[in-house]
Design a protein around this ligand. Structure first.
Ligand code: ST9
Ligand code: ZN
Ligand code: ZN
Length: 328
């Protein structure tokens, strides 16, 4: 993993696993809630069904699209994904590095393009997910099954424990972040512009693509693909894969999810060392987000990357790992 002057390691930084607020709360570990009835939210069910039907229609429009529109769709996918991975996740949920105001502004715009709830709500739910993983208080508790962890949790009312435990979390850093609160105040408008209008209008304006293709391909299909890539971290990467760092937790190392979610599928590592900015010990391998953060550090737009040390990783793998080979 490349090192630069702005790179720091967890322990040498005075940060240990135990000192982190996102460390798992095992006093609450017994509550799994798998038999709780679902209170359906029909509006969300209809919206998700129509969105996925629109994305499917987008697949059939691929042969009609200009090559530039296809490239643009990937560009939109990567920008919006960075708003989630480098932004809402590694920066705002875990504070695994620090970012200058211009980078925070870019990540907030990219995050609105991803339309996955605003940064404040995303980071709050994600902190509850880590602290109460796979209990009633976990918003997407994977013990309630693949479908619930993937998308079902967005289609029903939350378990009251999610809200109760979430209200006790320390969120003052998010409330003090002007970029986060600005995005929250203007969230709907920013989503309309960045998730739908910009992806659709750029191909129409610059290379004469039809608005129909612009709406369904870089718009709906790209958005739906990024949503599902993200949701796979909650579903597949909590179910399938090895557990080389901690065999006592469900999150797994899943290379397919790591690839599709820009480095977020090394999930056994991530739940074991949530403060590590790379979410893996293998640097840029299957991990475009880590490459992006390193580039931002090189450009002096970010600093203070926190990492688990080699000694910590080896000791932890020997103590709690499942003995499976570790590979990046
Ligand atoms: C989406 C999010 O897709 C995806 C997140 C994925 C996370 C993945 C993590 C994995 C690691 C990172 C991987 C990144 C990979 C990226 C790859 C990219 C290629 N604490 O919510 P309400 C309060 S979003 C404290 O309405 P209901 C709340 O403030 C997709 N408080 O609950 C409110 O209080 P007040 C688009 C909390 O009624 C009250 O409770 N968005 C907490 O049960 C009610 O809140 C959608 O589809 C908490 N944790 O409704 C929208 N939670 O009244 C989906 C809530 O005082 N959401 N509160 O303001 C909804 O419609 C609703 O939230 C609901 C639940 C129906 C699901
Ligand atoms: Zn997880
Ligand atoms: Zn996390």
């Amino acid at each position: 993993m490349p090192e630069s002057s702005c790179s720091t390691h967890g322990e040498s930084n005075g940060i240990t696993e135990k000192s982190l607020e996102d460390v798992f709360d095992d006093t609450y570990a017994e509550k799994v809630g798998s038999r709780r009835p679902w209170t359906l939210v029909w509006r969300n069910i209809w919206v998700m069904a129509i969105l996925h039907a629109g994305a499917l229609y987008g697949v059939f429009l691929i042969p009609d699209a200009c090559a530039l529109t296809l490239i643009w769709s990937f560009v939109c996918f990567y920008i919006s994904a960075l708003g989630v991975t480098a932004g809402a996740h590694r920066l705002w949920s875990h504070r695994s590095y620090t970012a200058t105001p211009p980078l925070r502004a870019f990540l907030a715009l990219a995050n609105s393009m991803a339309f996955q709830n605003d940064i404040y709500e995303w980071a709050r739910d994600h902190r509850v997910h880590h602290k109460y993983s796979e209990t009633d208080a976990d918003p997407h508790n994977a013990k309630r099954g693949f479908f619930f962890a993937h998308v079902g949790w967005l289609l029903i009312r939350k378990h009251p424990d999610v809200i109760e435990k979430g209200r006790k979390l320390e969120l003052s850093d998010l409330k003090a972040d002007k970029v986060v609160m600005f995005q929250r105040r203007h969230y709907k408008l920013s989503v309309l512009i960045l998730c739908f209008l910009v992806p659709m209008m750029v191909p129409w304006y610059f290379w004469g693509e039809s608005l129909l293709v612009g709406y369904f391909l870089p718009g709906l299909l790209r958005y739906t693909a990024a949503l599902n890539a993200t949701w796979l971290v909650n579903s597949a990467a909590h179910m399938w894969g090895n557990r080389p760092y901690d065999r006592n937790i469900n999150p797994r190392e899943n290379p397919i999810v790591a690839f599709s979610a820009m480095g977020e599928g090394f999930h056994n590592y991530h739940h074991t060392f949530p403060f590590d900015y790379a979410t893996s010990e293998f640097g840029w391998s299957f991990n475009l987000t880590t490459a992006f953060i390193d580039l931002m550090c090189f450009l002096r737009l970010a600093s203070g990357r926190r990492s688990a040390t080699r000694e910590m990783i080896t000791a932890r793998a020997q103590r709690t790992g499942d003995g499976s080979p570790i590979s990046g």
